[in-house]
Design a protein around this ligand. Structure first.
Ligand code: AHR
Length: 376
């Protein structure tokens, strides 16, 4: 056991070792990038104090040292360090998205992959990004939980000359040079697709001029997926005098929350023709609440169910007639992000914004083979 007086000395030694290792990684990265990370005295001082603080807070823990050691090994082997900040694990879609990233950025493919699950909190994402900047990774990939509030940390990444690739949801920043490229879905188009289908479906059912009451189960507020899908529905309602949104509730893209909020609504009113769920997990929450309330839904029921994502579970429920329409939102972004990184590595300029091609599904379009072939 070490005497108490030795703690500061030990702590200082750890910090010094940590700093040396970090410096080595930074310097070798600087060489690989041919001067991309031009550190200034200010930056070095900031790095020193950040490392000192990190070491002091972590008690100079093994985890940080191990991280740096593996980063150093990656550097020596010429691997590209890609650091991903993921929203969380709130839905099947999200799990598939994380898996797509992990499966793409493997050591065998030449990458050192860092992953942080933000648990749905923007402050966790900002902290993760600062940590990635401090480590001097080659690329930061950000799937932002919400659109706003990124200017400062993205400026820090830009100052450190680390390209940031935004994926899935968008960032709303003053200066668009703060990120290098974005790839994801056109969420407004997804909402428009759902509205166009509903209009046609009601027409086919001879209900085009009937009063239509819509319950809207929204995703996480200020997330691009929520903003776009909500705008699509609200525009659709504005264009149809006989459509009405009876309630807008927060399902937060999870089954548990959607079940809770839809159950509450159903206690107040059961005069609902359509439930517009902003993802498959919330559709499952709505289904649970409808079943408990003894209300029928889907192709043979009283309530028309609309969902987004087209996950394996969501499409299976659609094939079974439980979900009337499932609008695709494709989560397989790993290869798309890799394409951007390879373009940057080759000195090319990737497209600033790339929208993924998507479709939608109704029960008669689906088979088990088709669902199994989609990979999520
Ligand atoms: O940003 C994509 C959305 O986020 C997906 O629709 C949803 O399932 C996820 O949680």
């Amino acid at each position: 056991m070490l005497p108490l007086w030795s703690a500061p000395v030990f702590s200082f030694r750890c910090c010094f070792e940590l700093l040396q290792k970090n410096k080595k990684v930074q310097v070798s990265r600087m060489r690989r990038k041919q001067g991309r990370n031009k550190g200034t005295g200010m930056k070095f001082a900031a790095l020193f104090f950040s490392v000192l603080l990190t070491a002091a807070l972590s008690g100079c823990g093994r985890k940080s040292l191990t991280g740096l050691e593996s980063e150093e090994a990656a550097e020596e082997e010429g691997r590209i360090a890609v650091a991903f900040s993921e929203v969380g694990a709130e839905s099947d879609w999200r799990v598939a998205n994380s898996e797509s990233m992990r499966a793409t950025f493997t050591e065998e493919n030449g990458y050192e992959f860092y992953f942080e699950d933000a648990k749905g909190k923007q402050e966790n994402q900002i902290a993760a990004l600062r940590n990635y900047i401090l480590q001097g990774v080659d690329y930061i990939v950000l799937d932002p939980v919400v659109e706003t509030g990124w200017d400062e940390v993205l400026q820090e990444a830009k100052d450190a000359e680390i390209p940031v690739i935004v994926v899935d949801r968008m960032v709303d920043v003053e200066d668009e040079t703060l990120y290098t490229a974005w790839v994801g879905s056109d969420f407004k188009k997804e909402g428009d697709t759902a509205v166009e289908w509903l209009e046609q479906y009601l027409e086919e059912q001879g209900r085009a001029s009937e009063k239509i009451s819509i319950l809207h189960v929204m995703g996480t507020l200020d997330a691009s997926a929520q903003l776009g899908r909500t705008a699509g529905l609200e525009d659709g309602v504005a264009e149809h005098d006989n459509w009405e949104i009876v309630d807008q509730v927060l399902g937060e893209f999870t089954q548990a929350k959607a079940y809770e909020v839809v159950s509450e609504v159903l206690e107040r009113t059961q005069d609902i023709d359509v439930i517009y769920c902003e993802n498959d997990d919330s559709a499952f929450g709505a289904i649970q609440a409808l079943e408990e309330a003894g209300i029928t839904y889907g192709t043979d029921g009283d309530v028309i169910l609309i969902s987004f994502d087209s996950t394996e579970a969501g499409l299976t429920a659609c094939m079974e007639g439980k979900i009337n329409l499932n609008v695709e939102c494709n989560p397989m972004h790993g290869p798309r992000v890799e394409k951007i990184i390879l373009q940057l590595e080759a000195g090319e300029t990737p497209e600033k914004e790339y929208y993924v091609e998507e479709t939608c599904f109704t029960p008669e379009m689906l088979t088990e083979e088709l669902i199994a072939s989609r990979g999520y």
